[in-house]
Ligand binder design. Sequence first.
Ligand SMILES: Nc1nc2c(ncn2[C@@H]2O[C@H](COP(=O)(O)OP(=O)(O)OP(=O)(O)O)[C@@H](O)[C@H]2O)c(=O)[nH]1
Ligand SMILES: [Mg+2]
Length: 468
Amino acid sequence: MSEPIFAIVGHPNQGKSSIVSTLIQQDSIGISEESGTTVEASRHSLVIDGQPMYHLVDTPGFQRPRQVIDWLESHCGSAAKRQQTVTEFVNEHSNLPVESNRFKSEVELLKPIVDGAAIIYVVDGSVPFSSQFEAEMAILQWTGQPRIALINPIGGEAYIHDWQAALSQYFSLVKVFNPMTDNLEKQQQILRSVAEIFTQWRDPLLDCAKKLQQVSGKRLQQSSRIIAGFLNESLGYKVSAPETTDGITQATVKALELQYQTRLRQLEADLHKKVAQLYTHFNLEIDHESLSLDYPDLFDEQYWYLFGLSRAKLVGLAGSAGAATGVVVDIGVGGSSLMLGAAIGGVASAATAAWATLKPEAWKVRGVPVAGKKLQYGPIADLQFAFVLLGRAVAFVKQVTDRQHAQRSVLTLQQSKKEQLLANLSANQQVSLVMLLKKAQKPLGDSDISKLSGLLETMMDSEGKKAE
Ligand SMILES: Nc1nc2c(ncn2[C@@H]2O[C@H](COP(=O)(O)OP(=O)(O)OP(=O)(O)O)[C@@H](O)[C@H]2O)c(=O)[nH]1
Ligand SMILES: [Mg+2]
């Protein structure tokens, strides 16, 4: 096999599977706090543009390392035969029935190494070093395969220095790596260091580090397009009551409002799903339930401040956008601004403007035939609402981008710092954004959608390049 292949080995419960999951970007790999979760070796590949970049073999933890060393020592006549003795150990214990195979875990973890995989030994940097680990390291040394060690600070970094001192006697490279939190940049650094040790795989590993950067750029671009499509659809969305001879009842108004809100929540859920899949989080659990119960819901205006812009910023932006077009840009009335549905036709044309302040009971049309009339709900003209949708979408993308595949907790949408939302945009770009968001109340054309996704990409670029 030409691609780099590494066996991820170590004591049980050191985060081996977590490291595989994050470095391969797959969230389907079994991880659990129970020791002995992985019982069989399994190979996983990081694939970019259809090409495997490297393979990692997840393995069960060592169970009887001291007994293995005893076996090896008693079967090896000379230091020159150590590697061969490990192969003999694997062969001799390979096909035994599981019940009677006391070395099942060791066979599973040594087999890929005997077959040519390089070694990544994983230890938990929050537990002290002990002689138990020395037997494991000795076995790995016997294999003669190139090897490095990763210290996973599962519960902190208390013993990292001790570990570094012990590991550096057996391994050519020792690095600290946290599969839960270490971002792409740290992963690339690890790959580049590993490339310097495993020189036979230097080029593919360096190439992989470069491609990971390109993938991240492409994903940012794609998520910007997804958000632009979502905003276009959501901001322009409206519902109408079917023509009726019963007139407009409070029930009709309520039903329309519900239909409108359900659809917008669905569009937001679809956006989340698409973004999660783009970042290969196929099993990501999102707390939608709490989004609509005790957590700030999309339509819970009192929580809008979490995601939208500050009132002062909004007023300023709307003013600038208005000055640029010569048109007054409505920034919404706040409070009951969601009731901006317009009654169309002969129902109450004069009342249309006052709709926002009318209580539903004020509609005294119940029972009066109003054939040919219809009631429309949406689009919501409030600019703050557009920024709330935008702020929530950007916050979600950021959370998914920052999430490593070893993380299995349920994702709850968190507010991001609102002053950060527009930080990467120049004043002109901010005004363009406002105008596009206003314009999206009618469907945007392709060129406006591209403009919007370009602005979104700049907004979300973590390098924060501010355009002139
Ligand atoms: N906080 C924290 N938890 C971690 C980290 N790495 C692993 N864990 C947790 O540690 C536990 C064990 O992780 P696994 O990846 O299943 O460990 P393993 O070495 O594959 O375990 P076995 O397959 O049982 O040998 C899981 O509950 C992980 O969520 C880490 O860096 N930080
Ligand atoms: Mg495991």
